[in-house]
Design a protein. Structure first.
Length: 258
């Protein structure tokens, strides 16, 4: 069972796209609501959006399975990343709309959740950790870049419209102030997109857990508002919009490498 793909690059940059997967095992899909089977909370098309990063020498890891199977960006003990705020868990039972993922009495048991962690979560994190250390060994440093996207308006999770570019560095603790300032400067130098740093999305489990600035591992999360590169209702990729968004993402990654 291939639960992820890993492209090994040559630069000190590693891109993780933990919510790009869309597969759901047939047995599990049969227990879900029709709406959930469409996996609407996918970080749609981020692998396509970041594909250019191969030309920069980046390593890229992409899961095959949906976050509804198991959320790779949550801790395995399922402790909330945003205490006091609405969120979704390790094996989500509600969608970003607040509606149920599962049909009545079909939510996973603790034993099933543990089994999914073993089958999907651990292999992804093992590969992520090994590649992170390989890159650091080769270069003496590495930046782990978490690529995410979300619908621009999700009342269950946040008020109003999300800014276009949402940069998270765990409140400035997951990377150097030099890197954060360079990325902020790149965002501030353009006027096409709104942005915020360490707003509603400050960085998930991967950003927080793997950061070790003192030993040469920096982490950054970028959450994109999906309307800038796709149709949020049909989930269709819109190349004419994506190319402009992609250009700014590229400049951010080039700054990161510099």
């Amino acid at each position: 069972m291939d639960t992820f793909t890993l492209h090994r690059g040559t630069a000190p940059l590693f891109i993780s796209l933990p919510h790009n997967g869309t597969r759901i095992p047939d047995e599990l899909a049969g227990r879900m609501t029709p709406e959930a089977r469409r996996v609407p909370d996918t970080d749609w098309h981020v692998a396509e959006l970041y594909d250019f990063a191969r030309s920069l020498g980046a390593s890229i890891i992409v899961p095959a399975y949906s976050r509804y199977v198991v959320d790779l960006n949550r801790p395995e003990d399922d402790v909330s990343l945003y205490p006091g705020q609405n969120t979704t868990g390790l094996c989500p039972s509600v969608r970003f709309s607040g509606d149920p993922v599962y049909l009545p009495d079909q939510a996973p048991t603790p034993a099933e959740i543990a089994s999914r962690v073993d089958a999907y979560w651990r292999p992804y994190h093992h590969a992520l950790r090994q590649e992170l250390f390989r890159i650091r060994e080769a270069h003496g440093r590495v930046v782990l870049w978490e690529g995410h996207s979300i619908r621009s308006v999700v009342p269950f999770l946040f008020d109003g419209r999300l800014p276009d570019f949402n940069l998270g560095t765990a409140g400035g603790t997951s990377c150097s102030s030099t890197l954060q300032q360079a990325l902020e400067a790149e965002l501030a130098a353009q006027s096409d997109y709104s942005f915020v740093v360490n707003g509603r999305f400050r960085g998930g489990y991967i950003t927080r857990h793997y950061a070790d600035v003192a030993s040469g591992i920096q982490t950054v999360q970028l959450e994109l508002a999906q309307l800038n590169y796709m149709d949020e209702d049909t989930f269709a990729y819109l190349p004419e919009h994506a190319v402009r968004t992609q250009a700014l993402v590229r400049r951010l990654l080039e700054r990161t490498l510099a």
